[in-house]
Design a protein around this ligand. Structure first.
Ligand code: NAD
Length: 359
């Protein structure tokens, strides 16, 4: 197969972790007879430095004219003072809405080799952590009207949270379809005891659930979910929720798995094209030092192969290679523990590529 991948290395550690991911994808290409063509674009801080725009028009065009997008990370203190509308992170919102990527899938999976890194009690970790957060990505309060007015001599700020039935239904279907490929359970998260938008969310999810009688379904309030994720994470399989709740819960979910550097994510819309990126940011504190953990980005590449290119076997090969390298005791600094072998970002990429070649 021939696939065109738009590559955004981005800022901070972005170039380092993406370079290792392309190294691994190239080995897959050779081994399975695929041709991956990479078209690199500037976005985020790199876009601002190149032409003054976080998301230059030609970069957006290349995101729309490819088979999928791979992103490292954007942002950093260098661009903290730029106009909020043109901050590096604005490039992400622009790409997500420009590509119509309404579903964000983030696995919260604990690698057994890293169990010690989880902040949870060993008795909870032993039950296993393996669930997927499906977050609505281009609606809700992050995309609603917002304004600040002066009322009665003080400033009053408002952010509107709006959801329509169709928006909820399409993300609910992503969750139910994905659950069918996992352990067939969906938990829908809302705040239906307070919010109108949540009451509509719940009504639509319950309606969609009727089309999936083989999938177990439950509703859960967001505050209870925040507690249940640390109390008994093994109860979850697929968690579906709106944009802001998903933003917060998926960070909590990643924290309990031990290392922020290990977790991939995918953002999907209609059709097969998506954007794939690790969940962490540009880690300016370790940028340019060859210290970053590239595994979250490498696993994002594996998700791209699976969800966008239908290359299940190739994706599984990457996951197996990552597992094998961890089994051998290799760790980047962020997940280092006693008795393990510390390696750099590029060494970790080399080790995973070498495992693939051997396999
Ligand atoms: P961060 O995720 O960049 O870093 C948090 C901590 O985790 C840091 O100590 C960092 O060194 C460490 N870390 C993160 N990824 C790592 C990796 N792969 N290997 C080893 N250690 C890793 O979060 P932050 O410091 O809050 O944000 C830094 C910048 O990134 C900000 O400008 C923020 O806006 C941006 N950001 C971008 C994205 C994105 O591009 N999707 C996401 C979140 C934050």
């Amino acid at each position: 197969m021939k696939k065109v991948v738009t590559v955004i290395k981005g800022d901070g550690i972005g170039p380092e972790i993406v370079t290792e991911t392309l190294k691994v994808m190239d080995v897959i290409g050779v081994q399975y007879g695929h041709e991956f063509k990479y078209q690199e674009i500037a976005a985020g801080g790199a876009g601002i430095d190149a032409c003054g725009k976080a998301l230059p028009e030609e970069s957006m065009e290349k995101c729309l004219d490819c088979d999928s997008v791979l992103l490292g990370a954007v942002g950093g203190p260098k661009w903290d003072q730029v106009d909020p509308k043109n901050r590096p992170e604005a490039a992400l919102l622009g790409i997500r809405s420009g590509m119509g990527l309404y579903a964000n899938l983030r696995p919260a999976k604990l690698f057994p080799q890293l169990a010690e890194a989880s902040p949870l009690k060993p008795s909870i970790v032993a039950q296993g952590i393996d669930f997927l957060v499906v977050r609505e990505l281009i609606g809700g309060v992050y995309f609603g009207n917002r304004y600040t007015r002066e009322i009665g001599g003080q400033l009053v700020a408002t952010d509107e949270m709006t959801y329509g039935e169709l928006e909820v239904e399409r993300i609910a279907r992503v969750a139910f379809d994905t659950a069918r490929k996992r352990r067939s359970k969906v938990t829908s998260i809302d705040k239906a005891n307070v919010l109108d938008s949540s009451r509509l969310w719940r009504k639509v999810c319950e309606r969609v659930a009727k089309d999936y009688p083989d999938v177990e379904f439950e509703n859960m309030l967001v505050d209870n979910t925040a507690m249940q994720i640390v109390k008994c994470p093994s109860q979850f399989d697929v968690v579906v929720t709106e944009n802001m709740f998903g933003d917060i819960l998926s960070d909590e979910a990643s924290m309990i798995t031990g290392s922020i550097g290990m977790i991939p994510s995918s953002s999907l819309g209609k059709g097969t094209r998506g954007m794939y990126e690790p969940i962490h940011g540009s880690a300016p504190d370790i940028a340019g030092q060859n210290l970053a953990n590239p595994i979250g980005t490498i696993l994002s590449g594996a998700m791209m192969l699976k969800y966008s290119f239908d290359m299940d076997e190739e994706a599984a090969a990457i996951e197996a290679a990552v597992n094998a390298v961890l089994d051998d005791g290799y760790r980047t600094g962020d997940m280092m523990s006693e008795g393990m072998k510390r390696v750099s970002c590029s060494e970790m990429g080399d080790l995973i590529a070498a495992k693939l070649k051997k396999a």
